[in-house]
Write a protein that binds this ligand. Structure first.
Ligand code: SAH
Ligand code: DHB
Ligand code: MG
Length: 222
């Protein structure tokens, strides 16, 4: 893991933005509390990022969403709330403890009927899925990012949006040390995207409570 960059002003601004754009939300607050109580790592997307994903999925008119990397289901809740009543979200998780915490959080949010959880390493569960999905959020281990992106394109239709979390990693992505397999994984994904004529992609750098990182957005071409 590269040394994390933090800045108190970025966190202060996240607090300011939360107060204005993120109404207090019992289900999301309970999910955060239960995830922390269960000892899950504090690495879910922030509230403003979760809402950003939610709005992207709504812009997409997504009826079928795929998420790779559930953790406690915090981002899952934001994404599932973008679905219509007959929508569907499949979320993949390798860790049974994380999956169980997420199941309770999703149930408490009243979203169980929309969400299907699959346990196992994503490289094993992805080949079992049937597409196409309208919106895909990649947020599991970064070492396999290129493979997850390849599977996502396979499970897409023209017009599918793919978002990848944690693609800047405090800037380490531009010169990853040999031991930093996560940054190398993201770099390999970026190289694969550069050579893939099926997608148009860009990356936006972000700062905030979680430090300095970024989101990749790709659109599968017509
Ligand atoms: N999307 C979540 C955060 C996910 S953290 C949120 O923002 O709320 C990354 C998750 O990916 C962890 O729960 C971790 O257990 C899971 N993970 C790691 N390697 C994996 C793999 N090979 N297959 C599936 N999930 C994996
Ligand atoms: C890590 C993973 C994430 O998905 C994230 O958003 C932040 C950190 C990590 O593995 O350290
Ligand atoms: Mg992440």
């Amino acid at each position: 893991m590269p040394r994390k960059v933090h800045n108190s002003r970025w966190s202060m601004v996240d607090d300011y933005l939360d107060d204005r754009f993120i109404p207090s939300d019992p289900a999301l607050a309970a999910a955060q509390k239960a995830s922390a109580a269960a000892g899950l790592p504090d690495i879910a997307v922030t509230a403003t990022q979760g809402k950003f994903l939610h709005l992207l999925a709504r812009m997409q008119g997504a009826r079928r969403i795929l998420e790779i990397g559930t953790l406690g289901g915090y981002s899952t809740i934001w994404l599932a709330r973008a679905l219509p009543p007959d929508g569907h979200l499949v979320t993949l998780e390798a860790d049974a403890t994380h999956l169980n915490v997420a199941r309770e959080n999703i149930a408490r949010a009243g979203l169980s009927h929309l969400v299907e959880q699959r346990l196992g390493p994503a490289l094993e569960t992805l080949p079992q899925l049937t597409g196409p999905f309208d919106f895909i959020f990649i947020d599991a281990d970064k070492d396999n990012a290129a493979a997850y992106f390849g599977w996502s394109v396979r499970l897409s239709r023209p017009g599918t949006a793919i978002v990848v979390d944690n693609v800047i990693r405090s800037g380490a992505v531009v010169s990853p040390r040999s031991s930093d397999t996560a940054s190398r994984g993201i770099h390999a994904m970026n190289e694969a995207i550069r050579l893939n004529p099926r997608v148009s992609a860009t990356t936006i750098q972000t700062v905030g409570r979680k430090g300095y990182d970024g989101f990749l957005l790709a659109l599968v071409n017509e």
